[in-house]
Design a protein around this ligand. Sequence first.
Ligand code: GTP
Ligand code: SPV
Ligand code: MN
Length: 610
Amino acid sequence: MTTTADVDQALEAAGLTNESVAQFVRQWAEHTGAERIEVVSAADDARLVQEALEAGELKPAGEGMYYSRSFSKDTARSEERTIVATSDEADRGQYNNWKPASEVRPVVEGHMKDALAGKTMYVIPYLMAPKGSALAKFAAGVELTDNRNVVMQMIRMARVGVEYINDMGDDFVRAVHVTGDLENLKQGTPDDMRNFVTVADERTILHFGSSYGGNALLGKIAHGLRQGSYDGWKNGFLVEQFMLLGITDKQTGKKYNIAGGFPSASGKTNLAMTLAPDALGDRYYVEFYGDDIAWIWVDEDGVLRGFNPENGVFGVAKDTNEKTNPTAIESIQPGSGAIFTNVAYNEKTGDVWWEGRGERPSDLDGWLDWKGERIADRSEDEMDAPWAHPNSRFTTVLSQVPNVADDYEDPRGVEIHGIIFGGRTRDREPLIRAIDDLAEGVYDGLTLGAEATAAADGKEGVLRYDPMSMRPFMSYGEGAYAQHWLDVVGQAKNQPVFAHVNWFQRGEDGRFLWPGYRENLRPLVWLMQYRAGEVTGQRTPVGVIPTRDELLLEGLDEQALADLDTVLTIDKARWQEEMGYREEHLQQFHDLPEQIWQAHRRVAKDLEDL
Ligand code: GTP
Ligand code: SPV
Ligand code: MN
């Protein structure tokens, strides 16, 4: 076990001078019984990668790219094991799984006691913001982890180094991650030992029992979303699971930035990365800012602004290919430093593959599925099982994304002109409907719904509501959350336009009625034109939808043209049915602002009158 002197020596050698951080590290070194302390920064990446390759934790996947595999029962965030704890029961919401801090803290601390005996405790100082941001005070954190892969993932996903923490005094999130003995945690049983706790009013995150994604990289989801949204509530800003992109009209020189929430695994990364300006006669230029998180506030001039707090992309691999998302493919080329997790891997060639990457390799030699089992050894009836896990992912840094905006690191963020919500819904929701009114926009966000996907444990195909795509990350009550939205966005001098989009409507034969992916630029261009008053669309009870001739249709394929009228139609009966479900959904929330109920009743009445 380390002594206080050892800890202090490690901190000093790394140039970590923040005494509050030092105390936090000492306390946890003692509690976990860590054998060694190692403070890391981004500059340590090459050495850590080398160590991980030697230890077999990473495998080479092409030059400067790596493959890793997580434990087979540890492949996604686990929502039912995730808890927001505070000392005030008023923070209990419908979705935040609230518990008293005094009850859960001892449990998870108990699991962590002496859990690092014989192990290294890595100290990861990080910032979830561009350096110099006015919100930096809420963005700094220190993650302690026993897992080298988590360190390498954090180096890609966050800004990592002592320089981000030394001047922060006590303004940092205390984040502790202990992997635990994954084979013996009784996952999914009544004795499940996993606990993913954010003690929001103490700015402390304690995650035990996973080494995967948002369960383990505590900067990203636990701090960047859960803790961040709690801090935002108390301090006047918004923190959302939103992508952020910019569209410039080269003819007019005008630029529009759009932020948007889509539930996990519903298309944020793809939308932010892959819009196809070339498809529309090269008139538009599209820039990438962020694919998963946006922090949003109104500046001193009354401008609604936002930035992406992350430094990288943790993208769903499935169906990512040259056609659906060429930009993503370009960002995971040799030399990119990309890490692939739970994809299929060829141990002889170092190639990786996933469902939707292209043809399945016909030569099975060397191929392992996501569990590490040889494909060639599969029996006849196992042959059709997926090779990659449906939630397998690639991790790459923003600077590798070819269309990343020049100003993506600007601490002032960018102005936000539009806010969109998009679910995964197979019927009812049209391609796009614009909403001009703030309360109605917030109402629309609160009633966002999606079919469950592989990113969260759950049944595929079952529809569930996911307010603003924040359901798994909600840190306080939904009524207060809605009010906070009205308050923050209400301060903006120029109100953003809202819109609801749906790329996932299906025909009776199950095919997608809209080609999606790169073609999604078309409805967004319409939204820009709508905001600028260049098109008027047709007013419906649920918003303004484009007329067929207002959409740029050049180059769209035959099938999409044939299906277009269906995705631009409002089905009154289906919508009225939906209004009943919405009412039940909203009734669960305590203290929902009256303005939201008014918006709901207005839509219901307009539907009745249709
Ligand atoms: P998280 O990282 O979990 O928050 O997910 P995300 O919202 O960023 O989702 P992502 O863009 O990674 O997409 C998830 C899945 O949806 C992938 O398998 C995509 O291929 C698929 N997808 C994304 N956009 C579209 C689209 O426009 N049409 C269709 N049909 N599928 C899409
Ligand atoms: C999500 O599930 O919404 C993600 C992936 O972005 S994870 O980081 O694992 O939460
Ligand atoms: Mn996400």
